[in-house]
Write a protein that binds this ligand. Structure first.
Ligand SMILES: NC(=O)c1ccc[n+]([C@@H]2O[C@H](COP(=O)([O-])OP(=O)(O)OC[C@H]3O[C@@H](n4cnc5c(N)ncnc54)[C@H](OP(=O)(O)O)[C@@H]3O)[C@@H](O)[C@H]2O)c1
Length: 330
């Protein structure tokens, strides 16, 4: 597996990370034993960058990673680059959220994450969503204090604007911005990618497979009860039909190159900029292997341009989140 680098510390990470969210919530039922095997398979494939958050399964995701680390011992911990997040506060069984960026909350949230993960330090600690009522300088100062205390190695921000990134970076180096970025979600182009390049900040692309829609493997009528995608505007009604036509074009592009849709979606992101690190989520070893192989395909500028055209912003139907999910997105 090729490596890329996190932020100004140049901490090496695998060019693809593993998004662990679906192992706890949002995409239907998950099985802890299978998830633990998938996590182990990731390390075997050279994928060492694991993405979690305190809100995923309300602590379940971090406990699962903690169990994985405990089972493998200190040697395993040293192999991993662990990223987690604070700031989204939800109640059991509810998607609606409030955002807490207050320094007191950040300190408590960090201690709780360290405990669930069973580690002494978080490699990359993100503010998951911004609360505009709290100046970002105050939030970043609280995060920087965690670095000074040795509880956190590097810090990051999720779903912020380039302006917020610049303000934050002036207080303490920001290692990474994590936001949704994929063929059908192009908000980071060009402003955020340019700001990251200028400041030496990595860009971690979440939901790089469009929550599986881009793979062509999702039948929205078959989604399990409670699956978040049942209420995602891009997966329902007329929008779904329009978006399916784009995925059919992607399918043609992929088949002509003996690739899968997922591999094309990931190779496209890797080709966009050397600081982009996609973190596809999966609970299955077969998908993990398929996704890892995407790093072997080097996409030409002409291929990137062709995919840019197929998924031009005006051709994609529906917003990327339901209204409740847009809270805290800049
Ligand atoms: N910062 C944020 O606000 C934020 C928001 C959302 C997500 N994230 C992070 O980003 C990670 C990735 O995003 P995501 O999980 O939302 O979406 P994603 O990576 O775009 O898609 C994940 C879905 O794709 C399926 N899949 C994976 N590889 C596949 C393949 N080769 N063929 C067919 N299907 C495949 C997975 O299925 P199975 O699970 O069944 O294997 C899962 O349903 C998350 O796990 C989380 O860590 C961050």
């Amino acid at each position: 597996m090729q490596t890329r680098h996190l932020g100004s510390q140049q901490q090496p990470v695998s060019a693809l990370g593993l998004g662990c969210m679906g192992m706890s919530e949002f995409y239907g039922p998950a099985d802890d034993a299978a998830s633990l095997q998938t996590l182990a398979a990731a390390l075997d494939l050279g994928i060492n960058f694991f993405d979690s958050a305190d809100t995923y399964g309300l602590g379940h995701n971090e406990r699962l990673l903690g169990e994985f680390i405990r089972q493998g011992g200190p040697g395993r911990r040293r192999q991993m680059v662990l990223a987690t997040k604070f700031g989204i506060v939800r109640e059991v069984g509810k998607y609606e959220r409030r955002i807490d960026n207050s320094p007191d909350y950040i300190r408590q949230a960090c201690d709780a994450s360290l405990q669930r993960l069973g580690v002494e330090q978080i490699d990359l600690y993100y503010c998951h969503r911004r609360n505009p009522a709290v100046p970002v300088e105050e939030t970043v100062a609280a995060m920087a204090a965690l670095v000074a205390a040795g509880k956190v190695r590097q810090i990051g921000l999720s779903e912020v604007s380039p302006e917020t990134l610049r303000r934050a970076h002036a207080v303490h180096p920001i290692a990474a911005v994590q936001s949704e970025y994929s063929l059908w979600s192009r908000d980071p182009e060009p402003g955020m990618l340019a700001a990251c390049a200028e400041l030496g900040v990595s860009f971690v692309a979440y939901s790089p497979l469009g929550r599986a829609f881009l793979t062509g493997a999702v039948d929205s009528s078959q989604l399990a009860e409670g699956d978040f995608r049942k209420n995602n505007p891009r997966f329902v009604g007329q929008a779904e039909q329009i978006n399916r036509e784009l995925v059919a074009e992607l399918q043609g592009f992929a088949a002509a190159r003996h690739l899968t849709n997922a591999q094309v979606a990931l190779a496209w992101l890797l080709a966009k900029h050397p600081q982009v690190i996609p973190i596809p989520g999966t609970r299955r070893i077969a998908y993990l292997q398929q996704n890892a192989a995407a790093t072997d395909y080097v996409m030409s500028p002409a291929e990137v341009a062709e995919l840019d055209r197929i998924f031009a912003v005006e051709r994609v139907a529906g917003s990327r989140y339901p209204e409740a999910g847009m809270v805290g997105i800049e």
